[in-house]
Design a protein around this ligand. Structure first.
Ligand code: SAM
Length: 227
């Protein structure tokens, strides 16, 4: 990625370049190239999703955090685990499609296991069924990234009584994706697979990068408890 991606215009250019990626493989190649400067660049964007999600799941979690095993899906460089560690969560397993992002996550020393997996195309390991006390997916459920069809896989690997925390963007290009995601979340509640504990709409989610938007875009955090 460019040497000047730490200015707002530089970060904007990097993210807009990602819109050229149409397949999952192209998107993962983009993240492989972005991994080195990702943390610095998302700080410029005032990307708050990891701390918002960590605070939300933490406010509902009523088991022993130090003993809990958290699956961080689309873990990237490990920003969500860093926030959850500060809140007392003890053990993390990470999954991501990008090897370079996983290498950065490994450098944090926070994960007991890291697995490369192309979500939506490859299943999560069958031996993970009913395993995790909490499952989080932050910054990856949006148009052009991870299909919301993975939500049932995330439910499957969560222990009965465990928690699932998800985020998505609420801005203009993600409206259809968000509506379809929410319809699936409601459908799963009607099937009595889980109970909704929280839906929080956040106005200042992160700085807007598109030509069509100014200021901050909005986003949402969802927390569910598996039956
Ligand atoms: C915006 S980053 C979010 C990373 C981290 N959760 C955070 O909040 O900083 C999106 C992550 O999703 C991963 N990703 C995107 N599409 C994916 C797919 N189909 N399968 C696996 N990982 C994917 C990328 O490699 C990247 O690490």
């Amino acid at each position: 990625m460019s040497a000047n991606s730490n200015t707002f215009d530089g970060v904007k250019a990097v993210i807009l370049s990602a819109h050229k990626s149409t397949t999952s493989e192209e998107k993962i190649s983009f993240y492989n190239r972005w991994a080195e400067t990702y943390d610095r660049d998302v700080a410029v964007l005032d990307y708050r999703a990891p701390s918002l999600a960590a605070n939300s799941i933490s406010s509902h979690f009523n088991a022993v955090r130090e003993a809990a095993v958290v699956l961080d899906v689309a873990c990237g460089t490990g920003l969500v685990a860093k926030q959850m560690k500060k809140l007392g969560f003890g053990h993390f397993v990470g999954v991501d499609g990008s090897k370079a992002m996983l290498d950065k996550a490994r450098e944090t020393g926070l994960y007991q296991d890291l697995k490369q997996c192309l979500l939506g195309e490859e299943p999560l390991p069958v031996q993970w069924a009913d395993t995790f006390d909490a499952v989080v997916i932050v910054g990856a459920l949006s148009v052009g990234q991870v299909s919301f069809s993975v939500i049932r896989d995330l439910w499957n690997v969560t222990k009965p009584g465990g928690y699932i925390c998800m985020t998505t963007r609420s801005n203009y290009d993600n409206v259809e994706y968000k509506a379809a995601l929410e319809s699936e979340l409601r459908q799963m509640e009607e099937e009595e697979l889980w109970t909704c504990l929280e839906v929080t709409e956040v106005e200042d989610w992160e700085r807007a990068v598109s030509e069509e938007e100014d200021g901050y875009i909005s986003g949402a955090v969802y927390v569910y408890k598996k039956h």
